[in-house]
Design a protein around this ligand. Structure first.
Ligand code: KG4
Ligand code: ZN
Length: 339
């Protein structure tokens, strides 16, 4: 029987990524082109991002197909992120996917970016359900109960900034290089995480909701109140700010797990790369007998392998989209199977 192979395409923000996934052999080929042009602006510039996707996508796709040693006709399906994200960027990926699907007569499916992050956990390990997944990235901070792939329940999320956004903005404030998450983590390694007691917003709300905008202000006020800023002070602020983010994420994750009565917990999204977050989750949830896992590093941040993997679940369940498929800039992850 012909091997099932799925192409994934991801262009929702500033990474252009293509991958080929086989349910039997895992990720066959995977390449991501990170855009460095945004660095000097300290954040992603949408117009630059979409133009860069246009330049990178075709050569990247060709290289991935060459790495996989296959022709388009061998593909059983094409999965593409169609939202949420930057409209211009999403449109580049979606138009390319549609052209391939139409030209070669291959089925197409649109994937919600968050579903991709969640199912990244199935790429290199066993993804056990029911479970709770904390999706923490530059654009999202959500706790989602997964009954099985396709059946999702939103438990809570941020009211304002995403966790990754908080990392990025605080790092920028401290003069650390972009992207802020890894910089803040690195700088904080030399600091004392108990030096400053930054707020844990909504700690006692009794719900799984989150908020990071107050933390950002609190860090700014502290930073501006200190006259002689030394490397030691910057390291202490970085470590303390990271601790505040990690602590509140752990508190709310524990609540979500207890409320849903699951035994498995996963972290997903770019912030899952943070070692302190992993350590604290292992310690606190592990103490209650909850098994905690996260995807391999290269599948934590934006990548097309997770989209191809989500595509496999879609196609297996017959979830195929037509050429009228459109992008969407915002919107939560809905279920696509019924109970
Ligand atoms: O999932 P992702 O690649 O893109 C989005 O969908 O947003 O996540 C990027 C986010 C950025 O905010 C980045 O600063 C954060 O993940 N990030 C980290 C770390 N590595 C990446 N945050 C904290 N610690 C890290 N080590
Ligand atoms: Zn992402």
């Amino acid at each position: 029987m012909k091997e099932k192979l799925y192409l994934g395409i991801e262009t929702s923000c500033d990474d252009t990524s293509c991958a080929v996934y086989s349910p039997d052999r895992g990720v066959i080929a995977h390449r991501t082109a990170a855009q460095l042009d945004h660095e000097k602006y300290g954040g992603v510039v949408p117009e630059i991002a979409s133009r860069s996707h246009m330049r990178s996508l075709l050569p990247l796709y060709s290289s991935v197909m060459e790495d996989a040693g296959i022709e388009p006709i061998s593909l059983s399906g094409i999965a593409v992120t169609n939202g949420p994200g930057l409209t211009g960027s999403l449109l580049v990926g979606l138009s390319f996917a549609k052209a391939l699907a139409y030209g070669f007569g291959i089925p197409l499916t649109g994937v919600h970016h968050l579903e991709g992050h969640i199912l990244a956990n199935a790429l290199t390990g066993e993804f056990v359900t029911p479970s709770v997944v904390l999706v923490v990235s530059g654009g999202h901070s959500q706790l989602i109960k997964v009954d099985r792939p396709g059946l999702y329940e939103f438990l809570g999320g941020t009211r304002d900034d995403a966790a990754g956004e908080a990392f990025d903005k605080i790092a920028k404030m401290l003069g650390l290089p972009y992207p802020g998450g890894p910089s803040l983590e690195k700088t904080g390694k030399n600091g004392n995480r108990n030096a400053y007691d930054f707020p844990r917003a909504l700690k006692n709300s009794g719900k799984c909701d989150l908020s990071f905008s107050g933390l950002k202000t609190s860090v700014r006020l502290k930073f501006e109140s200190i006259e002689d800023i030394s490397d030691k002070i910057i390291a202490d602020i970085a470590a303390s700010a990271q601790e505040a983010i990690v602590d509140i994420l752990a508190i709310k994750s524990k609540m979500a797990v207890e409320e849903s009565g699951v035994k498995r917990f996963y972290i997903a999204g770019g912030v899952a790369a943070n070692q302190r977050l992993r350590d604290v989750m292992l310690e606190r949830l592990g103490a209650g007998g909850i098994k905690v896992s996260w995807p391999e590093m290269r599948y934590c941040t934006d990548n097309a392998a997770m989209i191809a993997c989500a595509g496999y679940y879609h196609f297996s369940a017959g979830k195929v989209d037509g050429l009228e498929l459109n992008t969407f800039p915002r919107g939560g992850l809905g279920s696509w199977v019924s109970e």
